[in-house]
Design a protein around this ligand. Structure first.
Ligand SMILES: Nc1ncnc2c1ncn2[C@@H]1O[C@H](COP(=O)(O)OP(=O)(O)O)[C@@H](O)[C@H]1O
Ligand SMILES: [Mg+2]
Length: 263
């Protein structure tokens, strides 16, 4: 199992817009690491840099390194990165709506032969009854939570060693978030590492071993999940987790003003 390590990463879009200003983070083998932060902080950009999708968005890595063990991922083609054992679930549940659940899963299996692929489909359908019951249904008719399960299972089809999830809980009802949490726990139990991007800090820190908080393209806090959850300032100012429960990131500007006022 490999370790993913990013050091001093800088990314610009359109050769001018600097979005990441030297971030460093590590996803040790077999762990779940949360990357938290408000909308626009640069979380999705970090994932695009890792998976080689930046050029599609006219973005580029201008400095720093991304290593999967001894292998550099910078400037590799996206399919070479998948072959090196990395998988990702894009923001916003990208299922193929006109295909069945089974066909969606098979679409994630281009690197497998036919019998391996059908074994993997059987595996997910048995393990997750929601998928098994809907196996021959069109993915477009599934609920948001079911579509998210399909998207995650599709990414896991080629048995990656590390999976990157971009806001898997976004827009899902709390009961469905619990299902997704269960699935992410199972991913880790099967030995696969997870880099979990979330705005839902309380969900992410319940699952994660460690976390990083990104703001304006910089890491402003990091530590074990326990340290981050236990630090009152971090809870209040960066995670939007007051003592009375989650406030949500949308209020972060308010707390930043308050922080300035306090200091
Ligand atoms: N293709 C792009 N071209 C220019 N700016 C972009 C592009 N994609 C994202 N950005 C900008 O980069 C910043 C970080 O975006 P993003 O990585 O999507 O943040 P997050 O996922 O944390 O919400 C935002 O200011 C966003 O507007
Ligand atoms: Mg994003």
């Amino acid at each position: 199992m490999p370790t993913l390590e990013i050091a001093n990463l800088e990314v610009v879009y359109h050769s001018v817009v600097r979005v990441l200003s030297g971030i460093s983070l590590v996803v040790p083998e077999g762990s779940i690491v949360a990357l938290l932060g408000p909308n626009g902080a640069g979380k999705t950009t970090t994932l695009r840099a890792i998976t080689g999708l930046l050029p599609l968005h006219d973005g580029e890595v201008v400095r720093g390194s991304i290593q999967l063990d001894d292998n550099s991922l910078v400037n590799l083609e996206a399919d070479a990165i998948v072959r090196s054992g990395l998988a990702q679930v894009l923001e916003g549940r990208r299922v193929l709506v006109d295909l069945s659940v089974e066909e969606n899963l098979l679409a994630g299996a281009w690197s497998l032969n036919r019998s391996q692929a059908s074994d993997r489909v059987d595996h997910f359908c048995a393990r997750f009854p929601i998928l098994g019951e809907r196996r021959h249904h069109l993915a477009g008719y599934l609920s948001g939570g079911e579509q998210q399960m399909v998207a995650i299972a599709r990414a896991l089809m080629p048995q990656p060693e590390i999976v990157l999830l971009d806001e898997p809980s976004l827009g899902l009802a709390p009961r469905i978030v619990d299902e997704v949490v269960k699935l992410i726990r199972e991913i880790r139990e099967s030995g696969v590492s997870v880099l979990l991007v979330e705005q839902n800090a309380s969900m992410a820190l319940d699952l994660a071993d460690a976390g990083y908080v990104l703001e304006n393209g910089r890491i402003v806090a990091s530590g074990t999940a326990e340290e981050l959850r236990g630090d009152a300032d971090i809870r209040e100012f960066y995670l939007g987790l007051g003592s009375t429960g989650s406030r949500g990131y949308r209020d972060v500007k308010h707390y930043r003003r308050k922080r300035r006022w306090l200091s």
